[in-house]
Design a protein around this ligand. Structure first.
Ligand SMILES: N[C@@H](CCC(=O)N[C@@H](CS)C(=O)NCC(=O)O)C(=O)O
Length: 211
């Protein structure tokens, strides 16, 4: 299996964590802008985006679709709850990440790279991050994972994003700590102890540091 990915992308981190949790071996080809625009890659994913999973003859994009494919194709160990309500809640948390929190983190990340961090006109974007984190705190009740004792797909997207919340809120002058997000901080203690999450976080931090 091949996973085309960037090490510091939260969308890609989610898929890597799911692959590792399921004990699936995969290769990560080196990806750069040239590869993403190459005819061979665009034939597999016309959007020219990662993550993209290639499993034998089958290529599939979009991080959430990829992890659901993995769950269907390789059901053990299970990463979605058994109950209909649990599965719906897992997908709700994943959607909250992919549609709201993740894009907001990307906006703040690109602003930091462009030197717009701390500019007054950018403050509403930082306010929005603070608001989204407060909403997430209201949504979750970690026991120790988001949906209870079992790690699920609901936890996977947030592992690297939590690191970005800490890093980007500080870089934009509104540091969020365990005071504002006690439930998330407690959850992160448990989730970051998992080998899947620890290795993906380490690779992301190394890449962010330019390593
Ligand atoms: N909704 C997509 C987002 C994919 C996405 O935006 N990927 C970014 C990296 S996080 C990318 O490939 N960017 C390169 C580009 O657009 O050129 C998913 O969840 O997979």
């Amino acid at each position: 299996m091949q996973l085309f990915q960037f090490p510091f992308s939260h969308n890609c981190a989610k898929v890597k964590i799911a692959l590792i949790e399921k004990g699936l071996a995969f290769e990560s080809p080196v990806v750069d802008a040239t590869l993403l625009r190459s005819p061979g890659f665009l034939a597999m994913n016309p959007l020219g985006k990662v993550p993209l999973l290639v499993d034998g003859e089958f290529a599939i994009g979009e991080s959430e679709v990829i992890v659901e494919y993995l769950e269907d194709r390789y059901p053990r160990p299970r990463l979605l709850p058994v109950t209909v309500e649990g599965r719906a809640r897992s997908r709700w948390l994943s959607r909250f990440h992919d549609m709201y929190l993740g894009p907001q983190l990307s906006t703040l990340y690109f602003a930091l790279s462009d030197g717009r961090a701390g500019k007054p006109e950018f403050a509403p974007e930082v306010d929005r991050l603070v608001e989204l984190v407060a909403m997430l705190e209201a949504l979750i009740d970690p026991q120790p994972y988001f949906l209870g004792k079992q790690f699920t797909l609901a936890d996977a997207p947030y592992a690297l994003s939590y690191h970005f919340v800490l890093m980007l809120s500080a870089a934009h002058g509104r540091p969020l700590t365990e005071v504002e997000m006690p439930k998330l901080a407690r959850w992160f203690e448990s989730v970051s102890a998992r080998p899947s999450v620890a290795s993906v976080l380490q690779a992301a931090k190394t890449a962010l540091a330019g390593g």
